[in-house]
Design a protein around this ligand. Structure first.
Ligand code: GRF
Length: 216
């Protein structure tokens, strides 16, 4: 399945997806990696894997609409069946999201619907939650509000800092994102009327739980 991946930074999720694609268990063909920032490590990771890279620098555009239009043009050259946001740190316009409805996935470093937005690890620590984690969801026009497919939890320990928590959550991200992408590429996962279906079955409102899914 042809896919395009959008990044803004280190690209460790991108790396996990590249590794999954190379393992042949995840039937995707990464046509391009596009970054809104030049010189980020994720671009280097893509080049090392011989994947085409492009930079669409948001600073070169006069406003969000113009940037998103240029992004759509670049993405659609590759005719992807799936567009993957992997640490892509831009809020997208409704036009962009609607253009890719049902074929746009994101990963968010929190157990949605808790802690949408930025600084999730700091906010989880401040709030005193005992469990934190990550969520993979379809993207809709509500920021971090689209239907959730899969979540993974990590315990919040008394001595956790935002950094240690981020590292623990990131480890889980690298497990759940390739798995959801694999389901999508195998056509087991679809978005039907804003409802994610896996093997034609509806998912719980907060998605499946990774530990449960991989228990057997
Ligand atoms: C991840 O925690 C992702 O969930 C968030 O930004 C971080 C990106 O990390 N949106 P990386 O670029 O994949 O290493």
């Amino acid at each position: 399945m042809p896919v395009v991946i959008l990044i803004s930074g280190s690209g460790s999720n991108l790396q996990a997806i590249i590794d999954a694609a190379h393992s042949k268990h995840c039937p995707i063909d990464i046509k391009a990696v596009i970054s809104n920032r030049p010189d980020v490590k994720g671009l280097e990771r893509a080049r090392l894997a011989n994947i085409e890279t492009q930079v669409v620098d948001h600073k070169q555009f006069d406003g969000r609409e113009a940037f998103d239009k240029a992004l759509i043009t670049q993405i659609d050259k590759h005719q992807p069946a799936l567009v993957i946001l992997a640490g892509f740190m831009r809020i997208l316009t409704h036009e962009f999201v609607e253009h890719y409805t049902g074929r746009l996935l994101n990963i968010h470093p929190a157990l949605l619907p808790d802690f949408p937005g930025l600084n999730t690890h700091e906010r989880a620590l401040e709030s005193g939650v005992k469990q934190h984690g990550a969520s993979v969801h379809f993207v809709t026009t509500e920021v971090d509000g689209g239907p959730i497919v899969l979540q993974a939890s990590v315990p919040v320990k008394v001595d956790d800092t935002a950094e240690t928590l981020a590292a623990n959550v990131l480890q889980q991200e690298h497990l759940i994102y390739p798995l959801v992408i694999k389901w999508y590429a195998e056509k087991r996962l679809v978005l039907d009327n804003n409802m994610p279906l896996l093997d034609k079955k509806e998912l719980p409102a907060t998605g499946l739980d990774y530990a449960e899914v991989t228990k057997n």
